[in-house]
Write a protein of this length. Structure first.
Ligand SMILES: Cc1cc2nc3c(=O)[nH]c(=O)nc-3n(C[C@H](O)[C@H](O)[C@H](O)COP(=O)(O)OP(=O)(O)OC[C@H]3O[C@@H](n4cnc5c(N)ncnc54)[C@H](O)[C@@H]3O)c2cc1C
Ligand SMILES: [Zn+2]
Lengths: 91, 416
């Protein structure tokens, strides 16, 4: 399996670490966010079969976080871009 | 038809022409007392115990493909109860005791082989951790014995004891652990359940739920709507898909785990061996092939196949403990979609939608659980109350803080 990093180009997927599905933005306890939102954030998953919005880390390359859309039924990367502050899962 | 020495002799004299079909080809009816979704080991065992122990035989098992083609037929067949947390040891040892008498119970040869499971340790701290694990197991009534270097050398002389990076210092052995013929477990439970009147319906995929007033009353399938007041989910890697159909989420991620088998060789490995410095475990099948596996591939997947990185990783670990494995040719590799829970322990509870019960999150260790999972899930479905051995596996433990984090690594679905 290969992943095309926007910085480094076409690389073996073994250079990357998958974080899993991109979560919603982290709740903020100081802002009064309810504990159930933390439970959701930490433990619950959509765990989609099909196109899945995920974060991958290029640890053995440019050390950038990537935001990808990947099909969990075929392992195909559909879109790959650099992750940016404030990105969240567009579910 | 009861299997016995006399039935074997009689059939042999008849030229083996009159063996009966093992499993009736059931057509789904419109209504049942309970529906079990998923014809893997857990679903079939649940249906069997519903009929056998809880007097509910008006039950259907709905399987989207053929019985036994899911993880029950893809695993590496290892059974053991060498866990660290008391709740897990108690549950898995209950399962191990059930394996010990299962063949008589089902009248089916599932080839239970208590050949022992040896976990190797490679450092002093790891020996201490294994001693603690062994003590926990013994306190909980399971068997465990800490072996020093000389005893492991005698038992497994072919290992690379003096490996520069991962020297072998000894091992923790559970002698009652071993292997069980995995697909025979599916067939044995299917046959026994079907004999008790359960409809084992193959090629019947559940595509949705019929929910009225917040209560599930039936399932939509590729063979029509089927109704029952109780619906149990035993769909392993597909658990989140079914949950989504019913409108809830689970603390589960689906990942791919691979396994491998080599060409057959003469008897070599007397038991199950696990490598303590990486993730690798191996046993030898009765046909002679070495069956082995290791870690997850590291990304979410429903594909039922892995890649070359996972293969390389497993084989490197194998070479580190038994370099002779490098002389063997690999015959086959395959993958299964495993339902990794967020604390590494299973979930068996009522779902957030009334009428639905969830049996999921078995990670890559649910085969050994099969008899106890079936028994306790049948208890939950029949009585609407958890069986005492499975009560710790509640769904709300993630919110209340009662997680069963066997490895102590936090909310990580892909490390257990
Ligand atoms: C490579 C590998 C090695 C493993 N090794 C071990 C081991 O050594 N020891 C151990 O204890 N465990 C092991 N496991 C884990 C074990 O196999 C599983 O935890 C266990 O089999 C899961 O329960 P099951 O048998 O009911 O699952 P499955 O056999 O997967 O049953 C689930 C069934 O649900 C069906 N289904 C899914 N969706 C639907 C639907 N919509 N409608 C109808 N039916 C549906 C599927 O077709 C499937 O047949 C391993 C797993 C893998 C993949
Ligand atoms: Zn890069």
């Amino acid at each position: 399996m290969r992943l095309k990093c926007p910085y480094c180009g076409d690389r073996n997927v073994g250079e990357f670490t998958s974080f899993g599905e991109q979560p919603a933005l982290r709740p903020d306890g100081a802002n009064g966010d309810d504990q159930s939102r933390f439970v959701d954030y930490v433990y619950m998953r959509d765990n989609r079969a099909g196109p899945n919005r995920e974060l991958w880390y290029h640890g053995q390359g440019c050390r950038q976080w990537l935001r990808v859309l990947r099909d969990t039924k075929t392992h195909e990367f559909l879109t790959i871009e650099l992750a940016r502050r404030g990105d969240q899962n567009d579910r | 038809m009861k299997y016995s020495l006399s039935s074997l002799v009689a059939q042999t004299l008849n030229g083996h022409k009159h063996w009966k079909r093992v499993l009736a080809d059931a057509k789904p009816r419109e209504k049942y007392d309970a529906i079990i979704v998923g014809g893997g080991g857990h679903g079939l065992a649940t249906a069997y115990y519903l009929a056998r122990k809880f007097g509910m035989a008006n039950v259907a098992v709905l399987e989207k493909g053929a019985v036994g083609l899911g993880n029950v037929g893809r695993n590496t067949t290892i059974v053991r109860s060498n866990y660290l947390l008391a709740e897990n040891v108690a549950f898995y040892d209950h399962a191990l005791r059930m394996w010990e008498t299962l063949e008589r119970d089902l009248n089916y040869n599932v080839m239970v082989s208590q050949r022992g499971v040896v976990n190797l340790y490679h450092t002093d701290p790891q020996r201490d951790a294994f001693a603690r694990r062994g003590n926990t197991m013994r306190i909980c009534g399971a068997d465990a014995e800490l072996l020093g270097l000389e005893r492991v050398r005698k038992l497994l002389p072919f290992l690379d004891f003096d490996n520069a990076r991962f020297p072998i210092l000894g091992g923790l052995v559970q002698k009652r652990g071993g292997t069980v013929r995995h697909d025979a477990v599916a067939w044995g439970y299917a046959r026994a359940a079907s004999d008790l009147g359960v409809d084992v319906v193959q090629n019947c995929e559940v595509t949705g739920f019929e929910i009225s007033g917040g209560t599930a009353t039936g399932v939509l399938t590729t063979r029509g709507t089927i109704r029952a007041p109780r619906i149990g989910l035993c769909v392993a890697g597909s658990s989140s898909i079914l949950a989504q159909m019913a409108g809830f989420r689970l603390p589960v991620e689906s990942h791919v785990l691979q396994a491998f088998v080599t060409e057959a060789v003469k008897p070599l490995i007397p038991n199950v061996i696990t490598f303590g410095a990486g993730h690798f475990y191996v046993s030898q099948s009765d046909k002679g092939g070495l069956v082995f596996g290791g870690d997850l591939e590291g990304y979410n997947s429903y594909a039922q196949r892995g890649g070359l990185n996972g293969l390389a990783d497993v084989v490197e670990s194998g070479m580190a403990i038994m370099p002779m494995i490098g002389r063997l040719r690999l015959l086959r590799s395959w993958g299964g979609t495993v339902d990794m829970s967020m604390d590494g322990s299973p979930i068996m509870d009522r779902a957030p939608v009334a009428g639905i019960y969830v049996n999921a999150g078995w990670c890559y260790g649910g085969f050994k659980a099969t008899p106890a999972a079936g028994l306790s899930f049948a208890h939950l479905v029949a009585r609407d109350m958890p069986h005492e051995i499975a009560a710790p596996f509640s769904l709300d433990r993630f919110a209340t803080g009662h997680v069963l984090d066997e490895k102590g690594q936090g909310a990580q679905p892909n490390l257990h």
